[in-house]
Design a protein around this ligand. Structure first.
Ligand code: LLP
Length: 429
């Protein structure tokens, strides 16, 4: 969301974007921390109204650094991790391990061992290989570990549509139709070291409609009930994953994440009422919707290339190294001129990155007021899967990250400099 101060400059978390760019340099990721807290609080309120037990487990793949893990803990969120790196980030942040779920379709033996050593709250088992590894690791130990089974639910959703595929072609989770999921259930129930909390499924990302989620709730409840009748096991938790969509451009019309919660809760209660199951707790795993719109990328405008009758390229000092999403997914973004975000539109330009690749285009068509080299451009809603997917392509260091809240700005990740870039290199002389 674009907020402007009395000088007409863009503000983020109450800080003037031009001052931030000057103080910390560009490219720069800036997060409006109040916006992140707001997302959590809205979800907490929505769940409170349902009366359900619940957990909001932030999917840290969207943006994993110590500072965000600390904000998540402050906002009573749980945390999803998918690697030793994300787990150790949470450890370094002092995040309560009992509130962590460990995901991933190919957790290594070392990662599973680390998860056990760190007493991670829940391991979400994805496949038979992992189940076997975990059973081996726990064999001689006198412990019991909380696990969930990740199911491939045969439902996938993308933006406004969802499809019921029956048997989904996915690398994640146990397949239902072929009986693999049921086999996994039998193995887990038979293992005294594994305490099955319930079932998990994730249907997609950047989802703009509730029907995929309500279909998932129905399917999971029916399945849970069938298995209850067969095995006498009933889940304490159903985890419906993440995927709530956000607004990148004016064309995106996301629902409030709270709307997903209330629809899912209503469907859950209705469906459970038709079974002999008790109401389970509901866990969700939002990533993008927590941090996406809170994040801004600040760049300095540099070279301008006008090709008469074709287009004008404005190059900025970042690009695909700090935001791969346009190149990778044709993701659309919107930008404003930080010194004049509401200014009269003067031209339409293409925002190009600085990397040596023609595909390094951040925004194909961007309307801007009169601008000049040295001006600061702010790309909006870059908070999810920006920093977390950043690279050092062209041996360019990754930008710094600043958290802004109530007019105070704090550096939470330093900018990578050239010695950082050669830090791991060894000589060959
Ligand atoms: N839970 C599970 C099991 C997931 O696989 C994901 C995302 C999430 C939660 C969080 O989904 P979210 O609420 O953030 O949509 N790099 C891609 C997104 C990949 C998402 C992978 N899984 C992008 O930049 O759009």
């Amino acid at each position: 969301m674009v907020k402007v101060n009395s000088q007409g400059h863009l503000t983020i978390g109450g800080c003037d974007a031009l001052t931030l760019a000057k103080e910390f340099g560009t490219p720069l990721y800036v997060y409006d921390v109040g916006q992140i807290r707001k997302q959590f609080r809205q979800l907490h309120r929505a769940f409170a109204q349902t009366g359900l037990k619940y957990a909001i487990s932030y999917a840290s793949k969207a943006f994993s650094v110590k500072a965000i893990d600390q904000v998540v803990a402050q906002e009573h969120g749980h945390l999803d991790v998918v690697s030793a790196g994300e787990l150790m980030t949470a450890v370094a942040a002092g995040f309560p391990m009992k509130n962590i779920s460990f995901h991933g379709n190919n957790k290594t033996p070392a990662e599973l061992e680390l998860a056990l050593k760190q007493h991670v709250g829940t391991i979400i088992i994805d496949n038979f290989y992992e189940l076997e590894l975990l059973a081996q690791l726990l064999d001689n130990k006198n412990t019991r570990v909380n696990v969930m089974l990740r199911l491939a639910p045969g439902i996938s959703a993308h933006t406004h549509e969802y499809i019921q595929t029956g048997q989904v072609d996915s690398k994640f989770g146990f397949d239902l139709a072929s009986g693999q999921a049921e086999k996994a259930l039998q193995l887990v129930l038979a293992n005294p070291h594994l305490n099955l909390l319930g079932y998990h499924a994730h249907i997609g990302s950047q989802i703009m409609a509730v029907d995929g989620f309500t279909a998932l709730v129905k399917k999971m409840v029916q399945l849970a009930n069938t298995w209850y009748e067969k095995y006498g096991y009933q889940p304490q938790v159903l985890n419906f994953g993440g995927g709530f969509g956000i607004k990148y451009t004016a064309e995106d019309k996301p629902l409030e994440p709270a709307a997903f919660v209330s629809s899912m809760a209503k469907t859950l209660k209705d469906e459970i009422a038709n079974t002999s199951l008790k109401l389970p707790a509901v866990w969700i795993e939002p990533g993008r919707s927590i941090v996406g719109e809170a994040g801004y990328s600040l760049y300095t405008i540099g070279a301008r290339k006008e090709i008469p009758g074709v287009r004008t390229y404005l190059s900025v000092d970042g690009g695909m190294g700090d935001n791969i999403r346009p190149a990778l997914y044709q993701a659309q973004y919107r930008a404003v001129l930080a010194n004049n975000p509401l200014g009269k539109i003067h031209e339409t330009v293409t925002i190009a990155g600085r990397y040596c690749e023609s595909g390094d285009i951040l925004i194909e068509k961007q309307e801007l007021p009169v601008n000049a080299p040295g001006d600061i451009l702010a790309v909006l809603a870059t908070g999810a899967y920006g920093y977390s997917m950043a690279s050092n392509y062209n041996r360019v260091g990754r930008p710094a990250v600043v958290f802004a809240e109530d007019g105070q700005a704090k550096l939470v990740v330093k900018r990578e400099n050239s010695s950082d870039l050669t830090r791991l290199d060894l000589d060959y002389e």
